[in-house]
Design a protein around this ligand. Sequence first.
Ligand code: AHR
Length: 499
Amino acid sequence: MAEARIAVHTEATIDQIAPEVHGHFSEHLGRCIYGGIWHSDSAEESGLRDDTVSLLEDLDLPVLRWPGGCFADDYHWKDGVGPRDERPRRRNLFWAQGPEETPEESNAFGTDEFLALCERLDTEPYLAANVGSGDPQEATDWVEYCNYGGDTELADRRRQNGHEEPYGVTYWGLGNENWGCGGRMTPEQYAREYRRFATYVGTTDALLLDHDLELIACGYEGHEWNRRFLEEVAGAPWGKSFPLDHLTLHHYYGRTMSVSEADEDDYDEFLAEALEMERHIERIAAAIDAVATTRDIGVIVDEWGAWHPEATAESGLEQPGTVLDGLSAAAVLDVFNDHSDVVTMTNIAQTVNVLQCLVETDENDAWARPTYRVFDLYAPHKSNEAVRTSVAAPTREVADDDLTLVGASASIADEETYVTVTNLDCLEEHTVEISLEGDCPSETEANGEILFADQAPDLVATADNADEFVATELAISADTDGTCTVELPPATVAAISIR
Ligand code: AHR
């Protein structure tokens, strides 16, 4: 008798899962860029770490957000272009307390280095412009430097710096957390700033570029802040064009759950907190619906992930990478799939060494964390059509909510249904029956993989054990009516593809 049942409603399509939902975020913070992606601040030809880059190449990142974070609203991009030995050294305002080697910004890794990394990874860049301490001129100049093909001083400067053709950067964020480190603004204040910046950056797009830009405003987890921001932006006389393509939110979870001291009750609370992502997406979508539609303005979650007490400013926001973190990433990716009609991009924080990074490095090695394995397992969902699932599973009470102990999402492409399933129960195994409803194939051919079957939830990935976290084959009992049954050990993530 199955304890949990997942029905996949193959005809109840949601929308295409934007590949950008598997996006990433890298900031000039601790050892993310310097030490993690870039070797040092030397004036070498290229300081990219091949070991990190090769792991990222295998992951096929669709989009990478840079340079912050809080750093973005204190960053002046002109400091980071031109000959490396002539670039000014600056203090890193927000992250100066980090590891010894990174309290100051050498500017060795700047726009051209970042865009070269994106070209090597075949990744779309997402640049976050400085609204907090910058001005519209600086942001507009950055667009011109990156994207203009004409005969201006800035376009020529890009050519002199080694890039003849415009880079064609599409995604431009105007500010980061402007309710906090990005200027402590009220929603109305930020809306006015946003309008000013969007006027200049947006006009560059309309008049000068052979390339459409997508402008991104920074929102908040709370509905009220977003509502006030959007009303103020919408109040301007835009005519038919509303220069806002996406509105963002950030959601971190686990701030009270120390990795080294946590027990099973904490695990439940942590996972329930991760799943609050759903409520935040629904609230921001509702705020958008009041002034436009989520077709016109998409939802981007451009920072998300586990943030444990171990990640302090002094540690450069570094924390151990566990199976439990990987499990939380799977649960959140399922939420994104279920909201593919509104979520246009997400960026996990942060790619290397910082917070829920996917890749960790020391001086000699780079290795994949459990969260990396989850992104790999979920990759086949990218660009598929998401379909509804319903889950009947046991629950357990947490603080002021219930945690459903099994989760899932599903998508379809070329008559293949891809179902990801999480056993969020860190104590018990669950038998899960999966059935396809609607347009079912008459014969079922199913195969699958499972992550973390032999690892405890608190197991930390290191250079020595990183390979133990790879997916293994999942035993599936498949019936001819489109039903499959799987046994999922505690704290595991599975993917089943059914034809
Ligand atoms: O990702 C770390 C920090 O978290 C970012 O700089 C900021 O945007 C957020 O508060």
